[in-house]
Design a protein around this ligand. Structure first.
Ligand SMILES: Nc1nc(=O)c2c([nH]1)NC[C@@H]1CN(c3ccc(C(=O)N[C@@H](CCC(=O)O)C(=O)O)cc3)CN21
Ligand SMILES: CC(C)C(=O)C(=O)O
Length: 359
């Protein structure tokens, strides 16, 4: 049984409605006024929430689908503001966000904590999250319970499961309950130990057939879309053509219905091994390093904070009254002296100047 067939869907030209010079967010309209330079309210239609039906239309019209991972509220806001189609709370969160050695260490509760944060920020994108390793394997009943928790406690709209034909019955059951399932074949990071590492899949004819058979079985089981990870580009293009559901590639070439990358890879914030398929679209890591170094330098040299522009004054006369009341009328501030006295911070090494002065 196929639950979502593109053939069932009306062919509305929704793309034109969705694309425009800006992507005003419905939820944060109040903090993002839609007033153009002319002072006139733009006549842009409000953005539609991304749905599975829209994804099918994009596949049909050949509009590449964009998906990025998000693990927290501000990232979700960024995806939302700029019109990324699918927000994926990937279990890569284990590594890039929580510092765990593998996605297999991530628990369902940890995942839910992050999906809720992303759900608060991602109004426009379809919200999909990985079912963590172990949360869908013990039995179909167990898988359904976990999927329902993902929706009820995690506020996701769809779940993603790694696996081939062996998980087709699980995908079918979860889909039948009404939780849309995105499948994931090819390189399956949750199986990195069993596969002796993160290896490209489907490189020989037998491997390619296994990928195709898995994808067809998962589509048949009701998956609404499928991630193809680290497979040869010819194979990904062929699988995409054989399927009627949209494929989302990562390390699978340009012949898929869409692309996905990990946020921290795109932004250059992840300093672990860089997979061949990663392209860095911005260098946030460099900016972060600059920010931390500048902050440390400014605190150490006393230029931050500035008491006039970054501090608070007392009401007139109250300071003198206060000093009288505490019997310390002769008290003198040393802040100005410290600002010009290099010796305090340099000779004391790591000791904060204010503390050094108090001792
Ligand atoms: N930062 C990050 N980006 C990811 O894409 C990602 C994660 N983390 N964590 C979870 C999984 C793990 N992934 C990975 C990790 C490493 C390779 C990798 O190094 N692949 C080799 C292929 C080697 C081969 O078989 O020839 C490569 O050189 O690209 C691929 C996917 C994808 N996911
Ligand atoms: C890279 C994507 C497809 C993923 O599964 C993840 O982020 O965990």
């Amino acid at each position: 049984m196929r639950l979502y067939s593109p053939a069932d869907r009306p062919t509305l030209k929704l793309r034109a409605l969705r694309l425009g010079p800006t992507f005003p967010s419905r939820r944060w309209m109040s903090v993002r006024p839609m007033v153009l330079q002319t002072g006139v309210l733009p006549t842009l239609p409000s953005r539609k929430k991304m749905t599975i039906q829209h994804l099918y239309q994009m596949r049909q019209t050949g509009t590449p689908i964009t998906m990025l991972t998000a693990y927290d509220f501000p990232t979700a806001r960024a995806l939302d503001s700029h019109g990324v189609d699918i927000a994926l709370v990937g279990d890569s969160l284990a590594q890039v966000c929580l510092g765990l050695p593998s996605t297999t260490r991530l628990t369902l509760d940890e995942m839910l904590h992050h999906t809720r944060a992303v759900a608060r920020g991602a109004a426009y994108p379809l919200l999909v999250a990985d079912m963590p390793f172990g949360s869908y394997h013990a039995s179909p009943e167990d898988a359904i319970r976990s999927a329902v928790r993902m929706v009820q406690d995690g506020h996701v709209e769809a779940v993603k499961l790694e696996g081939g034909p062996e998980i087709a019955s699980t995908v079918r059951r979860i889909s039948q309950v009404g939780v849309p399932v995105m499948a994931h074949v090819g390189l399956m990071p949750q199986r990195h130990a069993a596969l002796s590492g993160y290896r490209v899949q489907g490189r020989d004819a037998a491997g390619a057939r296994a990928v195709l058979d898995g994808a067809l079985a998962l589509q048949d089981a009701g998956a609404f879309s499928i991630v193809l990870e680290a497979i040869p580009h010819r194979l990904a293009e062929y699988v995409t053509a054989r399927l009627s559901i949209p494929t989302i590639g990562i390390g699978a070439g340009p012949g898929t219905s869409g692309q996905v990358l990990v946020w921290d890879d795109v932004m250059t914030r992840w300093h672990g091994k860089k997979a061949k398929f990663v392209r860095r679209f911005a260098d946030v890591g460099h900016e972060e390093a600059r920010g931390v170094q500048n902050y440390i330098a400014a605190v150490r040299d006393g230029s931050f904070p500035n008491s006039e522009t970054e501090g608070y004054e007392m009401a007139g006369g109250e300071w003198e009254t206060f000093l009288e009341q505490v019997g310390d009328s002769g008290w003198q501030s040393t802040v100005r002296e410290r600002e010009v006295d290099d010796d305090v911070s340099s000779s004391e090494g790591m000791t904060p100047p204010r503390l050094a002065q108090a001792i």
